[in-house]
Design a protein around this ligand. Structure first.
Ligand code: SF4
Length: 465
């Protein structure tokens, strides 16, 4: 086929929030950078608005990346593109976790990272020799792989279209949390980008803030401290306003590295404490043990180094009863956390957790993939009803994202900085919680409850007012 243009599509997730989409389409930016210069390439992010499917034609190659929760929308887009004669390639998390399902409707399905297979697919489609399935699980070295091109940086307009540029320094995680999809998609070997490449990319994108997509950046404090020191020393020289990384709580045991991290403009860690219930530790792959005193000590240590902590918690693990909601909320209030996120345990395809639930007959029948957004219950919890878990999640979200609660956490965060920095720190002190509140408000439209929240959770709170 004589390819006229390549269009890479991100199906809608959250839409625009206060005029911009949340995070830049980083995966597609890197795949678009692998397209040869002589071929026109475009990125269509549906979070920015309706995508012009009518512009597609029979000589266009369409690539769609999708997580599980947007795979139904990905299928609609694929069908529309195919109706116009385009060839459709589908990759991303869901295609990697459950390729047989995607193969039923995509022209070409990609399993894995696609850094090696995507250029091959373009060549094969052009020569009329494309296969139905391409598998790329070599866990490619990140050295020089898919470097962003200037035409892609220009095209995406990160500064005007997105709140948070995404960035990658490492990839993979050797842990084995039973619910994790990241290790199925990124592999269990931690890989590292050359430090000079990271610096070069930040400078060329002219970004001052970024969110690291790294699965478990913080684990490198223990496993690759020399590399981490190099990263911090290099970033310290850049004119950054602040960046954010995902980590596990053990980063709090490395005070010297925390000091270097702060000098490197690291602003916040997103830490997966996951549960305040120690009977859940088997599911947490060794990174968290449900010990709240230890959690508080770690949060205090990180704060002492001028770095904020966003606490991530999963609700509905098998050890959880209806007491978990109030206990988790009490911990959040006392902990000094800067921001907080709650998710409902979700058995994604390809995980050990899903296999267990399937064997035990605990997956709810006919739950659409769009409900796999960690805000809906799609399985039978072990020690409560589906409705209790749903109401408990709603209750704690309303507690946490009540304007007074957000203001209290944001002001506390602000006060940890010198007064002279208040203006500069204002946005980041409130933005994470406000973003979460916006997401919860959006989901509320499909549920019938108000922001007025009972003080105690009794299993019937919310929706019954
Ligand atoms: S620590 Fe995080 S990235 Fe690693 S396996 Fe657990 S959930 Fe996945």
């Amino acid at each position: 086929m004589d390819i006229h243009k390549i269009v890479l599509i991100y199906p809608e997730r959250d839409g625009r929030i206060w005029g911009r989409a949340q995070g830049s389409p980083y995966t597609l930016m890197r795949l678009a950078s692998l397209v040869p210069d002589n071929l026109p390439v475009e990125i269509w992010d549906e979070d920015l608005g309706p995508i012009p499917l009518h512009q597609l034609g029979p000589h266009d190659l369409v690539g769609i990346t999708s997580k599980t929760l947007s795979i139904e929308r990905a299928k609609e887009i694929a069908t529309a593109a195919q109706a116009r004669g385009s060839t459709v390639v589908v990759g991303g998390t869901h295609a990697t976790l459950i390729p047989e399902e995607v193969q039923a409707w995509a022209d070409i399905t990609v399993v894995g990272e696609a850094y090696h297979t995507w250029p091959q697919i373009i060549r094969d489609v052009a020569q009329g020799t494309a296969q139905k399935l391409y598998v790329d699980e070599q866990w490619a070295s990140l050295d020089g792989v898919a470097r962003l091109t200037d035409r892609v940086i220009e095209m995406v307009g990160e500064h005007r279209n997105y709140w948070t540029p995404y960035m990658e320094i490492t990839r993979g995680c050797p842990r084995d949390c039973t619910f994790c999809t990241a290790i199925r998609v990124s592999g269990r070997v931690m890989r590292h980008r050359p430090v000079e490449e990271v610096v070069e990319e930040i400078e060329r994108r002219r970004i001052k803030r970024f969110f690291l997509t790294d699965d478990n950046f913080g684990l490198n404090f223990r496993t690759n401290p020399d590399y981490i020191v190099q990263v911090f020393e290099a970033l310290a020289k850049l004119n950054l306003s602040g960046w954010t990384a995902q980590a596990e709580m053990m980063v709090g045991n490395f005070p010297e590295l925390l000091g270097l991290a702060r000098r490197a403009h690291l602003e916040k860690f997103f830490i997966g404490f996951e549960s305040i219930n120690s009977s859940n530790r088997r599911d947490l792959g060794g990174k968290s043990k449900g010990g709240v005193e230890e959690y508080k000590r770690i949060i205090d240590t990180i704060h002492q180094h001028g770095i904020g902590v966003v606490g991530l918690f999963v609700l509905g693990l098998d050890g959880d009863t209806t007491d978990v909601f109030e206990a988790t909320w009490n911990f959040v209030r006392e902990s000094g956390l800067d921001s907080v996120s709650f998710t409902i345990m979700t058995p994604y395809p390809g995980t050990e957790l899903r296999r267990e639930y399937e064997a035990q007959g605990r997956l709810l029948p006919n739950a659409a993939w769009s409900l796999y957004d960690t805000a809906h219950v799609v399985f039978q919890p072990a020690q409560m009803t589906v409705e209790q878990l749903r109401r408990g999640y709603d209750w704690i979200c309303h507690k946490a994202y009540d304007p007074a609660a957000i203001a209290a956490r944001g002001l506390r965060t602000l006060q940890r900085h010198p007064v002279a920095q208040y203006q500069r720190r204002m946005f980041s002190s409130f933005s994470t919680d406000l973003g979460y509140r916006k997401t919860v408000s959006y989901r509320d439209r499909e549920r019938d409850f108000r922001w007025r929240t009972p003080a105690r959770f009794d299993g019937t709170a919310l929706g019954a007012e």
